[in-house]
Design a protein. Structure first.
Length: 280
């Protein structure tokens, strides 16, 4: 880890999984903006700079602010690019150096750093995971996405064994503890929840709770399948921006419910109180 004193070390929230389409980027931008609106100085890192999903979202937000003349909170942002070196050890050393430089720069005046990891097993992703205080893994509410966490018997839904990603998180936890005796609080967030109480939804929930006890994570009901998230995403906006952005969206019951989901996620993240000297 970069050389940072205990007094200046920011809280680190990592968004990670190895499957696309689970709402990771939507979750990341809502966490970032939610924390900014709670009074925190927030830094953001995109470890998948080639695809640049978080980078693109924040660029859209910056463009909206400039084109509409509407002041909205923005984080400090730093993308981290993968190395193109052919030698694996050289590439890893270069990526580690790039990560540490970005992290140290953000830690200088940020209380919380949010790290968006790529949806693949890369060195940067593993290194980013090992810095987490809180790891948030969004998954779609189905056994298709459940396979990212564990292999499940198709007949009775018994857990056969943890997945490669779960094993990677275990390694990240060991690395984090060896670096500074820190512990990773792992939250698995069930996204795109259906409103009906379907059998599959119940089975996924029950199996997930069994796995949570086995490999050590907390479960959280995440974001429902709502059009509002897709409407706002391309402009880099969140549900917390609707009133200020003045984009003609009337807040109905579905939107209020969505804001409640976002607030529940923010409340579930363990974090310090905002430092008054930074908020002022």
């Amino acid at each position: 880890m970069a050389t940072i004193t205990a007094a200046t070390k920011p809280t680190v929230i990592v968004l990670g999984n190895e499957k696309g389409g689970s709402g990771k980027s939507t979750t990341a931008i809502h966490i970032i903006v939610g924390l900014l609106r709670e009074g925190y100085r927030v830094g953001a890192m995109d470890l998948d700079a080639r695809q640049g999903t978080l980078a693109g979202t924040l660029a859209g937000r910056k463009h909206f602010i400039a084109s509409k003349g509407t002041p909205l909170p923005m984080p400090r942002f730093c993308p981290v690019h993968r190395s193109v070196a052919d030698n694996r050890l050289e590439a890893e050393a270069e990526e580690r150096s790039r990560f540490d430089e970005a992290f140290t720069g953000l830690a200088a005046d940020c209380e919380i750093i949010v790290i968006d990891c790529p949806g693949a097993d890369t060195y940067l992703s593993r290194y980013g995971h090992s810095h987490a205080d809180t790891l948030i893994t969004p998954i779609n509410d189905s056994f298709v996405d459940f396979s990212m966490l564990a292999k499940v018997d198709p007949e009775n839904h018994d857990i056969v064994n943890p997945s490669i990603y779960s094993e990677m998180v275990w390694e990240a936890r060991k690395n984090r503890f060896s670096m500074d005796r820190g512990r990773i609080d792992w939250i698995v967030m069930r996204n795109r929840l259906a409103s009906s109480e379907a059998r599959n939804k119940r089975d996924v929930g029950e199996t997930l709770e069994l796995l949570a006890k086995r490999i050590g994570f907390r479960t959280l009901k995440g974001f429902g399948e709502r059009v509002i998230f897709r409407e706002l995403y391309l402009q880099g906006l969140t549900l917390m921006d609707v009133r200020e952005a003045n984009i003609g969206i009337a807040m109905g019951l579905s939107h209020v419910a969505a804001r409640t989901e976002v607030r529940a996620l923010l409340a579930a993240i363990k974090k310090p109180e905002p430092r008054l000297e930074l908020v002022a």
